[in-house]
Design a binder for this molecule. Structure first.
Ligand SMILES: *Cc1c(COP(=O)(O)O)cnc(C)c1O
Length: 394
């Protein structure tokens, strides 16, 4: 049997514009007309196939992008949101009621961590945090009221790899759903194919890849996606984190170059990681054979996309990290900025930026050094030249 390939699945889709345009038309409308009044009622109840009611629920342009994401992910359905956080919070809230419990990886994106830690207690939803590589701790944390297990395929910023097939088993046994944030590894890893129930994305990052928009996505079963947009009880429908169709249209076009970009990000990151090792810099990159998550990631990944575009190096102190990053920016390596998946290299000191929501003592507990510099390696054509510049900044 031929292996699942996200890019091939995506290429099988045929989506045309209204006048035969090679790109699907943009439906720039908030509301839609009906020829027959009865159809409107059916649409409200989610029963009229192919009809659109109101763009907070579905918009044809958002549907094109959602269908493309579902094809790429191998999920029956998907829904796009105005941000990654919109996707993550809706996905979780749809599954949890007051009194429920979540087991989450402690090394999640800072916003996710803050939502789980500070926001969910308002609804009496309890969260137990575990180190994502400790499956025993995850099993032990399960309670009768555990509804969600939450993890990231590759964690931020330590790039730990989650064992998705094993976590899926734990979730299944507990009667809980496994939600996987796959923002760092689109196309590289297909979590749904590995047993995850729901895959969430910040499309702001690699999927769009242009840093010109904030967007997110939720991929899962038809039943689950429909529950999210149910007019009476759907979290996405009622909290309303919908994506603007003009943005959807742009992101859809960028999605079709994702496979090429991922390969180049990975190739460049691998090159830099190997040079950093030679230079005796402490480097975290799952592509390195010495990395703890290397074999696991290899066993899960769609191989041709490589090991991803993120690298972390440890310069011990915050002062070293700051000096190094400022020099790199002055010399044109890229930008001192948060976020990732951009065509230029971006770098930031995780402890004082994207992970600053995580208290410093917890950061230490996670194994996060104050001198950690995270790179989102760009699409540089001449990465050897870039490396020489980086080397002059150590
Ligand atoms: C950026 C990011 C998010 C949040 O996404 P936004 O689009 O900024 O709302 C969530 N998870 C991960 C892993 C991220 O990198």
């Amino acid at each position: 049997m031929k292996k699942f390939d996200p890019a091939t699945e995506l290429s099988k889709l045929e989506q045309f514009g209204e006048f035969g345009g090679v790109n699907p038309s943009i439906t720039d409308s908030a509301t839609f007309t009906f020829l027959e009044a009865g159809t409107m009622v059916d649409t409200f109840h989610g029963e009229a196939e192919g009809c659109f009611l109101y763009s907070r629920h579905w918009n044809p342009t958002n549907k094109y992008l959602s269908d493309a994401l579902a094809a790429m992910e191998g999920t029956p359905s998907a829904w796009v949101t105005g941000s990654g956080m919109g996707a993550i919070t809706s996905a979780i809230l749809q599954l949890c009621n007051s009194g429920d419990h979540i087991v989450s990886s402690v090394t999640t994106y800072g916003g996710t961590y803050a939502f789980l830690k500070n926001y969910l207690p308002k609804f009496n939803i309890d969260v137990t945090f575990v180190i994502p590589t400790d499956l025993d701790a995850m099993k032990k944390a399960i309670r009768p009221n555990t509804k969600v297990i939450y993890t990231e395929t590759i964690s931020n910023p330590l790039l730990q790899v989650s064992n998705i097939p094993e976590m899926a088993k734990i979730a299944k046994q507990a009667g809980a759903k496994l939600i996987v944030d796959n923002t760092f590894s689109p196309m590289m890893v297909s979590p749904y194919k590995l047993g995850a129930d729901i895959v969430v994305y910040s499309m702001t990052k690699f999927i769009n890849g242009k840093n010109d928009a904030v967007a997110g996505a939720i991929c899962g079963t038809e039943e689950y996606i429909n529950s999210l947009i149910d007019v009476n009880s759907g979290t996405a429908m009622l909290l309303g984190p919908v994506l603007d169709p003009l943005r959807s249209s742009n992101i859809l076009k960028n999605l079709y170059t994702l496979h090429i970009r991922m390969k180049q990000h990975s190739k460049n990151a691998m090159y830099l990681a190997e040079r950093f090792v030679e230079d005796n810099i402490k480097v975290i990159y799952p592509g390195l054979k010495t990395n703890k998550g290397h074999e696991l990631l290899k066993s899960m990944m769609n191989e041709e996309y490589g090991f991803g575009g993120l690298i972390a190096i440890d310069l011990d102190t915050k002062e070293n990290a700051y000096r190094f990053m400022e020099k790199m920016q002055q010399k044109g390596v890229g930008y001192l900025a948060v976020s990732l998946g951009y065509f230029k290299t971006l770098f930031s000191n995780s402890g004082s930026s994207t992970s600053s929501e995580i208290p410093e003592d917890v950061q230490r507990e996670m194994g996060m050094s104050p001198g950690l510099v995270r790179f989102s390696v760009g699409l540089d054509n001449d990465i050897e030249r870039t490396y020489q510049i980086i080397k002059s900044c150590y």
